[in-house]
Design a protein. Structure first.
Length: 149
């Protein structure tokens, strides 16, 4: 009898520059809230708001990014997807989702270079694990089972 492989969580989401993250935060929360309540820190503003609303989401720093050649330094998590072999899964993600988001944000030119990425959790040491991480992955697995049934 083969033992069942424990799923490994992978984060799928948008790799954002600091400017792209600020556009997102200002759209959802307003410049006044980001600047005056959160000291101009859009990551803290978004994460604190989601936590206050009990929303299972997060924006994480990309510890290995943010160089002159690669300015993407934040990960806006869209989903938590399982891998049973340790290899990055290939979640369904349509560029249409990005276009819709771009339109809702007012079509900022900076958003034309947003990147979709899939990263293993925990890739970056020292990041605290979100309390909702595994629950969200198992929820995704249930959705996929129902869709395939």
């Amino acid at each position: 009898m083969a033992s069942e492989q424990k799923p490994v969580p992978f984060l799928s989401g948008l790799a954002l520059t600091e400017n792209q993250l600020r556009i997102l935060a200002n759209h959802h929360l307003s410049t006044n809230i980001v600047d005056n309540i959160y000291g101009g820190d859009p990551m803290d503003a978004m994460n604190s708001t989601w936590q206050d609303l009990d929303k299972p989401n997060s924006i994480l720093p990309l510890m290995d990014a943010a160089s002159k050649d690669d300015p993407y330094c934040y990960l806006y998590i869209i989903d938590v997807v399982p891998s049973f072999d340790g290899q990055p899964p290939k979640p369904d993600f349509s560029p249409k989702h990005l276009r819709q988001m771009w339109r809702r944000l007012g079509k900022p030119p900076e958003w034309r270079s947003v990147k979709y990425v899939v990263r293993r959790w925990p890739r970056d040491p020292g990041l605290p694990e979100p309390s909702w991480l595994h629950a969200r992955m198992y929820s995704k697995m249930k959705e996929d089972e129902q869709f395939c049934a």
